[in-house]
Design a protein around this ligand. Structure first.
Ligand code: ATP
Ligand code: MG
Length: 572
């Protein structure tokens, strides 16, 4: 492709709205443009890379025996009503009505629709197992669209669904997808870890997420460098810290004026936050409840929602007026003693002696609180793991890091097949319910994650597998005939050898062309400059600083060999 003919505009300045490197570079390199919050248009360069990612996913899905099909994005409400998710999705679901007042949504994910397809197309055990997938547009009205295409409201997802006759079959289908996912992310050169993830209050017997390590990731991962345990912080099990037992002292109400936060209390009483228990009032599915964690810990709302059996979106910290109604005190003075709502305690509370809690009385706390002073509804793991916490598997210290969730694999069970009454006839002619797995990859998010890991101060450094073009040929001065001729020759020969190549034939200063080539991150650059008359070009990889001068033929062969080598993917 000749750059002079391309829809191509790079930006020198970093757009103010873009917080993450990938978002900044996708805008600056002209890969995409914003249309509205969380809504983007892909320009030609960006679309080429997006297609590369899509194709890698497609190849690995096909190789794993999954079959591609394509569903609509506009979907009738009834299937989501049958599964119950018409309500569960809440405001995240884009809803619309047709001219006859029938309800539709823009598909946020397609479990129901694939189940419906299997229900209508599969009748016998002979047709199972079956794994189906599509690469298709999804819509979610995210509460906080951010980081460009990392969290957008329209995005491409590869979603796959497996249907098996038994648990062993599901395990095998799941393992196949696991391996295919590893190959996809390996081919893209991503540094990722696979973590145990929460399966939600909705059931399911296991789930893992593929996390690309990145500072800008929204997810927090706990991993153990000693035993390789890895889980996201919604799931990571917390081991309670043991405290030295103490003989119970006498419960005592103390005046703590204006000490409504843990920091203020620490300051006021001069003890550390491990000797306090926070009591937080939540509203869960309309009911106020209280949750206790040690003063230096955070409540994990996913674990709490799972314990209560409610959806996470039906769980929120209570507003100040509700707190006052429940406790009779201002926010900051809640405590478990004498409270009329159920109190859920983190495991660590059971390890504490003679500690301090709010007294349900403004400006008062109790000190010397012990287990016998109140009765919890339940004691469970309700806190979020932190750096240095004890590994639940091996007991050494875990580390936490940030990650971008690019893929999710999930053993679903029969939730959707049962809800939609999807059955097949087994070997004995009896109706049986297929067991499902579901497997998603965010295509755009994966593309952004690649940029997040492959860049420097000058721009993107594409791995060949995702590069919009594999090579760029730059004539330094387009009005110099020798340079132009040599550049065109190199360009044509590379093209003839199947290389995806750009010719930067714009009448721009060489500095501009080099800056652009670096910004858009094309892996190989071949420059025809001063030595063009002798048939010599400069050969440079975007990932390396050095360049070398070579006869054009040699440079072409070197480029072809290197690109082919990079694309050859051997299983790890
Ligand atoms: P998140 O926790 O980040 O919202 P999710 O759990 O809602 O993700 P899934 O429903 O498992 O995501 O969707 C499968 C994949 O789709 C995710 O792993 C992610 O890569 C991608 N994805 C989900 N939401 C978005 C979004 N708003 N924009 C871009 N990609 C997304
Ligand atoms: Mg989400």
């Amino acid at each position: 492709m000749k750059v002079s003919k391309m829809l191509f505009k790079t930006l020198r300045e970093t757009p103010a709205e873009a917080e993450t490197v990938s978002h900044q570079l996708m805008l600056r390199a002209g890969l995409m443009r914003k249309l509205a919050s969380g809504v983007y248009s892909y320009l030609p360069l960006g679309l080429k890379s997006l297609h590369k990612v899509e194709q890698i996913i497609r190849e690995e899905m096909d190789a794993a025996g999954a079959q591609e099909l394509l569903m609509s994005a506009i979907l009738p409400a009834e299937y989501y009503q049958e599964s119950g998710r018409w309500d569960v999705f809440g405001p995240e679901m884009f809803r619309l009505k047709d001219r006859n007042d029938r309800d539709f949504c823009l598909g946020p994910t397609h479990e129901e629709i694939f189940t419906q397809t299997v229900k209508s197309e599969v009748s016998s055990y002979r047709q199972l197992p079956l794994t189906l997938y599509q690469i298709q547009t999804k819509y979610r009205d995210e509460r906080r669209p951010r980081f460009g295409v990392m969290r957008s409201r329209e995005f491409m997802m590869k979603d796959a669904y497996s249907f098996d006759r038994d648990e062993a079959g599901l395990d095998a289908s799941y393992q196949q997808m696991y391996k295919a996912y590893c190959r996809v992310f390996d081919r893209l050169g991503l540094d990722y870890i696979v973590v145990d993830a929460d399966s939600g209050a909705m059931g399911g017997s296991g789930s893992q997420e593929f996390m690309v390590k990145s500072e800008s990731g929204e997810a927090v991962i706990a991993f153990c460098p000693h035993c390789n345990y890895a889980a996201n912080d919604e799931k990571a099990a917390c081991v309670p810290e043991k405290m030295a037992p103490e003989a119970p002292k006498k419960l005592n109400k103390i005046h703590t004026p204006k000490a409504g936060t843990i920091e203020e209390l620490v300051e006021f009483l001069g003890t550390d936050s491990k000797h306090f228990a926070k009591t937080l009032i939540y509203v869960a599915a309309g009911e106020p409840i209280a949750v206790m964690v040690r003063g230096d810990r955070e409540v994990n709302e996913t674990k709490l929602a799972n314990l209560l059996g409610v959806n996470e979106q039906d769980l929120a910290l209570a507003e100040a007026d509700v707190v006052t109604q429940v406790t009779g005190a201002r926010v900051g003075f809640a405590g478990p003693i004498g409270l009329s709502v159920s109190v859920y305690c983190d495991l660590e509370i059971a390890e504490m002696y003679n500690y301090v809690v709010g007294a349900n009385d403004t400006d008062y706390h109790y000190e010397n609180v012990n287990a016998s002073d109140f009765t919890p509804a339940k004691i469970a793991d309700l806190r979020t793991i932190t750096n240095g916490d004890v590994c639940p598997r091996c007991g050494q210290a875990v580390e936490t890091t940030r990650g971008v969730e690019v893929g999710h694999i999930f053993k679903l069970g029969t939730k959707y097949t049962e809800a939609l009454d999807c059955t097949y006839l087994d070997e004995n002619g009896k109706a049986a319910t297929p067991i499902m797995g579901c497997y998603g990859i965010g295509v755009n998010r994966t593309l952004a994650a690649v940029i997040e890991q492959y860049n420097d101060e000058n721009g993107i450094i594409w791995p060949v597998s995702a590069a919009p073009y594999q090579a760029v040929v730059v004539p330094v001065n387009c009005s110099n005939e020798e340079q132009m001729q040599l550049a065109e020759k190199v360009y044509n020969e590379l093209k003839a050898q199947g290389i995806e190549v750009m010719l930067d034939d714009r009448n721009e200063r060489p500095g501009v062309k080099f800056k652009d080539a670096d910004l858009i991150g094309i892996p190989v650059r071949i420059t025809a400059g001063k030595m063009a008359g002798e048939g010599i070009v400069e050969y440079k990889l975007r990932s390396q600083q050095e360049s070398i001068d070579l006869p054009a033929e040699e440079a072409i062969q070197k480029a072809v060999d290197w690109i082919r080598g990079e694309l050859k993917f051997e299983e790890k």
